[in-house]
Design a protein around this ligand. Structure first.
Ligand code: SF4
Length: 313
């Protein structure tokens, strides 16, 4: 399934997702990635699926949602990998906009030094860029980029894009305890954000099982201090997202097993939320036990909660 949801987005409301990159094909191997280890790592842009196939699935999905009266605010390109690796991204965005829908892309920004990537993203109404580090060593520690990528070229690419882009540009930064949460690291991130000048910068903490066991959220005092540092340096709006309450509004159909597999392939979901979804469809938890037994779903524990993620292997 290339189209999933709608899922509640913490920034965009009800959003239909486009999963147009094969599992975990990414230019980064972030230590906090909620999809597990990156395989394969990639920086070469390719054709993965045909834009016609994506558009066909989207058209069918929109028709079904229209029949059930389910609202869709946005269509978001948020695959289980890096969306700008798709050489057809520009065409796919344009086809989506032809349905009269607003489009968003959540990118790790790694390929922003490439003119064609900037051109593709220019078409979207809302673009999010990952900025987890304000210097090369921390970038390599947290995002673990593909070897030939260069930090300075990427940041310059985001700055150049920001000057020309007519849509809404936001950034997101994951703050990790003992990694990028020190005063000097946060100050470096703030300096970079003040040069990018996005509409809004979101700061987040790891709330789902990360790729590396040592990854934890910073304590509240450290996070507050970090936000003050950023607010002092930047003139644009800063927001902090630390919760996951909105997950409870996931949309599922009677094909609930398939829906849960497509949602959990890009977004690990808490057991409590899965139970609510099953209840909505009068289904039993044995459905999840079966998916786990068939190795289609994996269970993880993080911060004392159980999460389920699709097995992408
Ligand atoms: S968090 Fe995003 S950018 Fe980082 S490895 Fe995972 S998919 Fe790639």
């Amino acid at each position: 399934m290339l189209i999933f949801g709608p899922v509640p987005s913490r920034r965009l409301g009800q959003s239909l997702g486009v999963n147009h990159i094969p599992p975990k094909t990414c230019s980064y191997a972030c230590v906090y990635c909620q999809l597990g280890k990156t395989y394969p790592m990639e920086i070469k842009r390719k054709r993965f699926y045909s834009p016609e196939e994506i558009d066909r699935e989207l058209t069918e999905k929109l028709q079904r949602l229209k029949e059930t009266g389910e609202p869709v605010d946005w269509v978001t390109f948020v695959p289980d990998g890096e969306p700008t690796l798709d050489v057809n991204l520009k065409e796919e965005i344009m086809k989506t906009k032809a349905h009269g829908l607003k489009t968003a892309v959540i990118s790790n920004a790694s390929l922003m030094s490439m003119e064609e990537v900037q051109e593709a993203l220019m078409q979207a109404d809302w673009v999010s860029m990952k900025v987890d580090a304000g210097n090369d060593p921390m970038w390599r520690k947290v995002n673990r980029p593909y070897g030939s990528l260069r930090f300075d070229g990427m940041i310059q690419g985001i700055i150049d894009f920001s000057k020309r882009y007519q849509g809404i540009l936001v950034t997101e930064s994951m703050v990790i305890k003992g990694a990028n949460d020190s005063e000097s690291e946060i100050d470096d991130i703030a300096r970079v954000l003040s040069e990018i000048r996005p509409k809004k910068s979101y700061f987040m903490v790891p709330i789902r099982p990360p790729a590396e066991n040592w990854v934890e959220r910073p304590d509240v005092r450290t996070l507050r201090h970090a936000l003050r540092i950023v607010q002092n340096r930047c003139e644009h709006e800063i927001a902090c997202i630390t919760g996951d309450e909105s997950e409870e509004r996931f949309y599922v159909t009677d094909a609930i097993a398939n829906d849960i597999l497509s949602i959990t392939s890009v977004h690990p979901v808490r057991e409590t939320v899965i139970r609510l979804l099953l209840e909505q469809k009068h289904a039993d938890f044995s459905l999840i036990d079966d998916l786990v037994a068939q190795k289609k779903l994996l269970a993880f524990s993080y911060e004392g909660k159980t999460f389920y993620r699709r097995n992408l292997a």
